[in-house]
Design a protein around this ligand. Structure first.
Ligand code: ADE
Ligand code: ZN
Length: 333
Protein backbone atom coordinates (compact mmCIF):
# COMPACT_ATOMS: atom_id res chain seq x y z
CA UNK A 1 0.00 0.00 0.00
CA UNK A 2 1.48 3.40 -0.91
CA UNK A 3 1.39 6.35 1.48
CA UNK A 4 -1.68 7.98 -0.04
CA UNK A 5 -3.66 4.71 -0.04
CA UNK A 6 -2.98 4.35 3.68
CA UNK A 7 -4.17 7.95 4.30
CA UNK A 8 -7.30 7.25 2.24
CA UNK A 9 -7.95 4.07 4.23
CA UNK A 10 -7.52 5.96 7.47
CA UNK A 11 -10.00 8.64 6.35
CA UNK A 12 -12.61 6.04 5.42
CA UNK A 13 -12.32 4.07 8.65
CA UNK A 14 -11.84 6.68 11.38
CA UNK A 15 -14.97 7.88 13.26
CA UNK A 16 -15.80 11.41 12.16
CA UNK A 17 -18.12 14.27 12.94
CA UNK A 18 -19.59 16.82 10.53
CA UNK A 19 -20.48 20.34 11.70
CA UNK A 20 -21.45 22.18 8.52
CA UNK A 21 -24.15 20.46 6.52
CA UNK A 22 -27.32 22.05 5.14
CA UNK A 23 -29.92 19.30 5.07
CA UNK A 24 -31.56 20.91 2.01
CA UNK A 25 -28.15 20.73 0.34
CA UNK A 26 -28.15 16.95 0.65
CA UNK A 27 -31.15 16.69 -1.71
CA UNK A 28 -29.82 14.40 -4.44
CA UNK A 29 -31.24 14.83 -7.97
CA UNK A 30 -32.86 11.37 -7.75
CA UNK A 31 -34.86 12.33 -4.65
CA UNK A 32 -35.62 15.78 -6.11
CA UNK A 33 -37.09 14.08 -9.17
CA UNK A 34 -39.05 11.55 -7.09
CA UNK A 35 -40.50 14.26 -4.81
CA UNK A 36 -41.40 16.53 -7.72
CA UNK A 37 -43.55 13.65 -9.05
CA UNK A 38 -44.91 12.64 -5.62
CA UNK A 39 -45.95 16.24 -4.82
CA UNK A 40 -46.77 17.34 -8.36
CA UNK A 41 -44.31 20.23 -8.06
CA UNK A 42 -42.83 21.29 -11.40
CA UNK A 43 -39.06 21.58 -11.69
CA UNK A 44 -37.35 23.02 -14.77
CA UNK A 45 -35.59 19.70 -15.57
CA UNK A 46 -36.66 16.63 -17.55
CA UNK A 47 -34.23 14.14 -16.04
CA UNK A 48 -31.82 13.47 -13.21
CA UNK A 49 -28.95 13.95 -15.69
CA UNK A 50 -30.30 17.36 -16.69
CA UNK A 51 -30.46 18.39 -13.03
CA UNK A 52 -26.83 17.34 -12.48
CA UNK A 53 -25.59 19.12 -15.56
CA UNK A 54 -27.20 22.38 -14.37
CA UNK A 55 -24.86 22.42 -11.36
CA UNK A 56 -22.27 24.83 -12.76
CA UNK A 57 -21.96 27.77 -10.45
CA UNK A 58 -20.02 31.01 -10.75
CA UNK A 59 -20.48 32.24 -7.17
CA UNK A 60 -22.62 31.77 -4.05
CA UNK A 61 -25.68 33.57 -5.43
CA UNK A 62 -25.73 31.51 -8.65
CA UNK A 63 -25.84 28.39 -6.46
CA UNK A 64 -28.45 29.71 -4.02
CA UNK A 65 -30.92 30.32 -6.85
CA UNK A 66 -30.86 26.64 -7.85
CA UNK A 67 -30.70 25.46 -4.24
CA UNK A 68 -33.88 27.31 -3.25
CA UNK A 69 -35.64 26.10 -6.43
CA UNK A 70 -34.67 22.54 -5.54
CA UNK A 71 -36.07 22.94 -2.03
CA UNK A 72 -39.53 23.65 -3.50
CA UNK A 73 -40.16 19.91 -3.93
CA UNK A 74 -40.07 19.43 -0.13
CA UNK A 75 -43.66 19.63 1.11
CA UNK A 76 -44.67 17.02 3.70
CA UNK A 77 -43.16 15.74 6.92
CA UNK A 78 -42.40 12.51 5.06
CA UNK A 79 -40.35 14.47 2.49
CA UNK A 80 -38.19 16.03 5.20
CA UNK A 81 -37.87 12.63 6.87
CA UNK A 82 -36.76 10.98 3.60
CA UNK A 83 -34.29 13.79 2.88
CA UNK A 84 -32.71 13.48 6.31
CA UNK A 85 -32.68 9.70 6.30
CA UNK A 86 -30.81 9.69 2.98
CA UNK A 87 -28.14 11.91 4.53
CA UNK A 88 -27.94 9.61 7.54
CA UNK A 89 -27.31 6.62 5.25
CA UNK A 90 -24.40 8.61 3.75
CA UNK A 91 -23.13 9.22 7.30
CA UNK A 92 -23.18 5.49 7.92
CA UNK A 93 -21.23 4.88 4.69
CA UNK A 94 -18.65 7.54 5.61
CA UNK A 95 -18.46 6.51 9.29
CA UNK A 96 -19.75 9.87 10.51
CA UNK A 97 -20.81 9.17 14.09
CA UNK A 98 -22.00 12.68 14.92
CA UNK A 99 -23.58 15.35 12.70
CA UNK A 100 -24.69 18.92 13.42
CA UNK A 101 -27.25 19.78 10.80
CA UNK A 102 -28.51 23.13 9.51
CA UNK A 103 -32.00 23.72 8.21
CA UNK A 104 -33.46 26.85 6.62
CA UNK A 105 -37.05 27.15 7.94
CA UNK A 106 -37.74 30.40 6.06
CA UNK A 107 -37.19 28.80 2.66
CA UNK A 108 -40.15 26.54 3.55
CA UNK A 109 -42.43 28.74 5.68
CA UNK A 110 -42.26 31.40 2.91
CA UNK A 111 -43.89 28.77 0.64
CA UNK A 112 -46.63 28.02 3.16
CA UNK A 113 -45.05 24.91 4.73
CA UNK A 114 -45.49 24.78 8.51
CA UNK A 115 -42.38 25.12 10.68
CA UNK A 116 -43.49 22.01 12.62
CA UNK A 117 -43.75 19.92 9.44
CA UNK A 118 -40.13 20.68 8.56
CA UNK A 119 -38.67 20.23 12.02
CA UNK A 120 -40.66 17.14 12.84
CA UNK A 121 -39.59 15.30 9.64
CA UNK A 122 -35.92 16.10 10.24
CA UNK A 123 -36.08 15.28 13.93
CA UNK A 124 -37.85 11.93 13.48
CA UNK A 125 -35.17 10.76 11.03
CA UNK A 126 -32.42 11.85 13.44
CA UNK A 127 -34.08 9.97 16.30
CA UNK A 128 -34.23 6.84 14.14
CA UNK A 129 -30.54 7.38 13.27
CA UNK A 130 -29.65 7.40 16.94
CA UNK A 131 -31.86 4.44 17.81
CA UNK A 132 -30.94 2.17 14.89
CA UNK A 133 -27.40 3.26 13.97
CA UNK A 134 -26.05 4.98 17.10
CA UNK A 135 -25.42 8.19 15.10
CA UNK A 136 -25.85 11.28 17.28
CA UNK A 137 -26.83 14.72 16.03
CA UNK A 138 -27.78 18.31 16.82
CA UNK A 139 -30.08 20.61 14.86
CA UNK A 140 -29.13 24.24 14.11
CA UNK A 141 -31.74 26.58 12.62
CA UNK A 142 -30.38 29.12 10.14
CA UNK A 143 -31.84 32.54 9.37
CA UNK A 144 -31.69 33.67 5.75
CA UNK A 145 -29.55 36.82 5.76
CA UNK A 146 -30.94 38.18 2.46
CA UNK A 147 -34.23 38.73 4.32
CA UNK A 148 -34.90 41.51 6.86
CA UNK A 149 -34.23 41.02 10.54
CA UNK A 150 -37.77 41.83 11.66
CA UNK A 151 -39.61 38.74 10.26
CA UNK A 152 -36.87 36.51 11.71
CA UNK A 153 -38.20 37.22 15.21
CA UNK A 154 -41.35 35.22 14.39
CA UNK A 155 -39.17 32.27 13.32
CA UNK A 156 -37.19 32.58 16.55
CA UNK A 157 -40.46 32.50 18.47
CA UNK A 158 -41.38 29.22 16.74
CA UNK A 159 -37.97 27.82 17.61
CA UNK A 160 -38.35 28.65 21.30
CA UNK A 161 -41.18 26.06 21.42
CA UNK A 162 -38.63 23.43 20.36
CA UNK A 163 -35.60 24.07 22.54
CA UNK A 164 -35.49 20.35 23.21
CA UNK A 165 -34.76 19.77 19.49
CA UNK A 166 -32.86 22.88 18.33
CA UNK A 167 -29.51 23.60 19.98
CA UNK A 168 -28.56 26.78 18.18
CA UNK A 169 -29.16 29.32 15.48
CA UNK A 170 -27.02 30.20 12.46
CA UNK A 171 -26.92 32.68 9.60
CA UNK A 172 -26.66 31.66 5.94
CA UNK A 173 -27.61 32.62 2.36
CA UNK A 174 -26.22 35.54 0.35
CA UNK A 175 -23.30 36.99 2.31
CA UNK A 176 -22.07 40.04 0.41
CA UNK A 177 -24.12 43.11 1.32
CA UNK A 178 -25.81 41.34 4.24
CA UNK A 179 -23.43 41.99 7.16
CA UNK A 180 -23.77 40.38 10.60
CA UNK A 181 -24.76 43.70 12.22
CA UNK A 182 -28.10 43.45 10.37
CA UNK A 183 -28.98 40.59 12.78
CA UNK A 184 -27.45 41.88 16.01
CA UNK A 185 -30.75 42.26 17.88
CA UNK A 186 -32.03 38.90 16.65
CA UNK A 187 -28.95 37.04 17.84
CA UNK A 188 -29.06 38.87 21.16
CA UNK A 189 -32.65 37.64 21.60
CA UNK A 190 -31.66 34.09 20.56
CA UNK A 191 -28.84 34.02 23.12
CA UNK A 192 -31.27 35.24 25.82
CA UNK A 193 -33.48 32.26 24.94
CA UNK A 194 -30.51 29.94 25.50
CA UNK A 195 -29.58 29.13 21.90
CA UNK A 196 -25.93 28.77 20.90
CA UNK A 197 -24.96 30.88 17.89
CA UNK A 198 -22.91 30.26 14.74
CA UNK A 199 -22.73 32.21 11.46
CA UNK A 200 -21.49 31.86 7.91
CA UNK A 201 -18.79 34.52 7.57
CA UNK A 202 -15.79 35.09 5.35
CA UNK A 203 -16.99 32.62 2.71
CA UNK A 204 -17.13 35.35 0.04
CA UNK A 205 -17.46 38.29 2.41
CA UNK A 206 -14.60 40.29 3.97
CA UNK A 207 -12.72 39.59 7.24
CA UNK A 208 -14.81 42.35 8.91
CA UNK A 209 -17.82 40.01 8.69
CA UNK A 210 -15.86 37.47 10.76
CA UNK A 211 -14.94 40.13 13.35
CA UNK A 212 -18.57 41.25 13.54
CA UNK A 213 -19.88 37.69 13.84
CA UNK A 214 -17.58 37.22 16.85
CA UNK A 215 -18.20 40.60 18.47
CA UNK A 216 -21.85 41.30 17.63
CA UNK A 217 -23.40 37.86 17.18
CA UNK A 218 -21.22 36.16 19.85
CA UNK A 219 -20.79 33.06 17.72
CA UNK A 220 -19.20 29.86 19.00
CA UNK A 221 -18.08 28.86 15.50
CA UNK A 222 -17.51 30.59 12.16
CA UNK A 223 -18.88 28.71 9.16
CA UNK A 224 -16.31 28.82 6.32
CA UNK A 225 -14.07 31.71 7.47
CA UNK A 226 -11.55 31.14 4.67
CA UNK A 227 -11.17 34.91 4.05
CA UNK A 228 -9.58 35.33 7.51
CA UNK A 229 -6.04 34.99 6.14
CA UNK A 230 -6.37 38.50 4.66
CA UNK A 231 -6.21 39.94 8.20
CA UNK A 232 -3.26 39.02 10.48
CA UNK A 233 -4.90 40.46 13.61
CA UNK A 234 -7.97 38.33 12.96
CA UNK A 235 -5.85 35.19 12.50
CA UNK A 236 -4.22 35.93 15.85
CA UNK A 237 -7.61 36.38 17.53
CA UNK A 238 -9.03 33.17 16.00
CA UNK A 239 -6.02 31.05 16.87
CA UNK A 240 -5.54 32.43 20.39
CA UNK A 241 -9.19 31.80 21.20
CA UNK A 242 -9.42 28.44 19.40
CA UNK A 243 -12.43 29.66 17.41
CA UNK A 244 -13.57 26.82 15.15
CA UNK A 245 -13.78 27.45 11.40
CA UNK A 246 -15.99 24.93 9.61
CA UNK A 247 -14.24 24.87 6.23
CA UNK A 248 -15.88 23.25 3.18
CA UNK A 249 -13.23 22.71 0.45
CA UNK A 250 -15.29 21.23 -2.41
CA UNK A 251 -17.97 23.87 -1.84
CA UNK A 252 -15.36 26.66 -2.08
CA UNK A 253 -14.13 25.34 -5.41
CA UNK A 254 -17.63 24.79 -6.85
CA UNK A 255 -18.57 28.36 -5.87
CA UNK A 256 -15.30 29.76 -7.29
CA UNK A 257 -13.93 31.03 -3.97
CA UNK A 258 -10.74 29.18 -5.07
CA UNK A 259 -10.06 28.33 -8.71
CA UNK A 260 -8.94 24.79 -7.87
CA UNK A 261 -8.53 22.58 -4.82
CA UNK A 262 -4.73 22.76 -5.10
CA UNK A 263 -5.02 26.50 -4.37
CA UNK A 264 -7.29 26.15 -1.32
CA UNK A 265 -5.88 27.77 1.83
CA UNK A 266 -6.82 24.98 4.28
CA UNK A 267 -3.22 23.79 4.73
CA UNK A 268 -2.07 27.37 5.40
CA UNK A 269 -4.85 27.71 8.00
CA UNK A 270 -3.78 24.45 9.64
CA UNK A 271 -0.14 25.55 9.71
CA UNK A 272 -1.13 28.80 11.42
CA UNK A 273 -2.69 26.75 14.22
CA UNK A 274 -6.28 27.69 13.39
CA UNK A 275 -8.97 25.29 14.60
CA UNK A 276 -10.16 24.16 11.16
CA UNK A 277 -11.93 21.03 10.04
CA UNK A 278 -13.44 19.70 6.81
CA UNK A 279 -17.19 19.60 6.01
CA UNK A 280 -19.38 18.99 2.99
CA UNK A 281 -21.81 22.00 3.14
CA UNK A 282 -24.26 21.00 0.34
CA UNK A 283 -22.89 17.64 -0.83
CA UNK A 284 -25.60 16.89 -3.40
CA UNK A 285 -24.62 20.06 -5.27
CA UNK A 286 -20.87 20.19 -4.71
CA UNK A 287 -19.68 16.74 -5.77
CA UNK A 288 -19.11 14.84 -2.58
CA UNK A 289 -19.84 13.94 1.02
CA UNK A 290 -17.38 14.18 3.90
CA UNK A 291 -14.98 11.37 2.95
CA UNK A 292 -14.72 12.65 -0.62
CA UNK A 293 -14.00 16.16 0.71
CA UNK A 294 -11.28 14.81 2.99
CA UNK A 295 -9.71 12.48 0.42
CA UNK A 296 -9.68 14.98 -2.44
CA UNK A 297 -8.37 17.76 -0.21
CA UNK A 298 -5.67 15.53 1.27
CA UNK A 299 -4.55 14.63 -2.25
CA UNK A 300 -4.63 18.20 -3.62
CA UNK A 301 -2.89 19.82 -0.64
CA UNK A 302 -0.56 16.89 0.13
CA UNK A 303 -1.84 16.62 3.68
CA UNK A 304 -0.06 14.09 5.89
CA UNK A 305 -1.62 11.72 8.43
CA UNK A 306 -1.03 14.17 11.29
CA UNK A 307 -2.89 16.91 9.38
CA UNK A 308 -5.83 14.57 8.82
CA UNK A 309 -5.92 13.56 12.48
CA UNK A 310 -5.85 17.22 13.53
CA UNK A 311 -8.78 18.03 11.21
CA UNK A 312 -10.85 15.19 12.60
CA UNK A 313 -9.93 15.93 16.22
CA UNK A 314 -10.78 19.61 15.66
CA UNK A 315 -14.21 18.60 14.45
CA UNK A 316 -15.05 16.65 17.61
CA UNK A 317 -13.49 19.35 19.83
CA UNK A 318 -15.61 22.02 18.13
CA UNK A 319 -18.86 20.07 18.27
CA UNK A 320 -21.69 20.78 20.70
CA UNK A 321 -21.31 17.33 22.26
CA UNK A 322 -20.69 17.13 26.01
CA UNK A 323 -17.04 16.91 27.14
CA UNK A 324 -17.21 13.22 28.10
CA UNK A 325 -18.57 12.13 24.72
CA UNK A 326 -16.05 14.36 22.91
CA UNK A 327 -13.21 12.73 24.84
CA UNK A 328 -14.53 9.24 24.11
CA UNK A 329 -14.33 9.94 20.37
CA UNK A 330 -11.03 11.81 20.60
CA UNK A 331 -9.49 8.74 22.23
CA UNK A 332 -10.44 6.69 19.16
CA UNK A 333 -8.57 8.85 16.62
N1 ADE B 1 -26.92 27.92 2.21
C1 ADE B 1 -26.62 26.68 1.79
N2 ADE B 1 -25.31 26.60 1.50
C2 ADE B 1 -24.77 27.81 1.75
C3 ADE B 1 -23.47 28.36 1.67
N3 ADE B 1 -22.42 27.65 1.25
N4 ADE B 1 -23.30 29.66 2.00
C4 ADE B 1 -24.32 30.39 2.41
N5 ADE B 1 -25.56 29.93 2.52
C5 ADE B 1 -25.79 28.65 2.19
ZN1 ZN C 1 -22.96 26.48 4.48
Amino acid sequence: MNNFESIENFIRKVPKSELHLHIEGSLEPELMFKLSKRNKVEIPFKSVEEIRSAYNFTDLDSFLKIYYEGSNVLISEEDFFDLTWEYILRCKQDNIVHAEIFFDPQSHTERGIEFNTVLSGIHKALEKANFELGITSKIIMCFLRHLDEEPCFQVLKEATKHKDKIIGVGLDSSEKGNPPQKFKNLFEAAIKEGFLTVAHAGEEGPPEYIWDSLNLLKVKRIDHGVQCLKDDKLVEKLSQNNIPLTVCPLSNVKLCVFDKLENHNLKKMLDKGLRVMVNSDDPAYFGGYLNTNLIETAKALKLNLEDIKTLIQNSFKSSFLDEKTKNNWLNKI
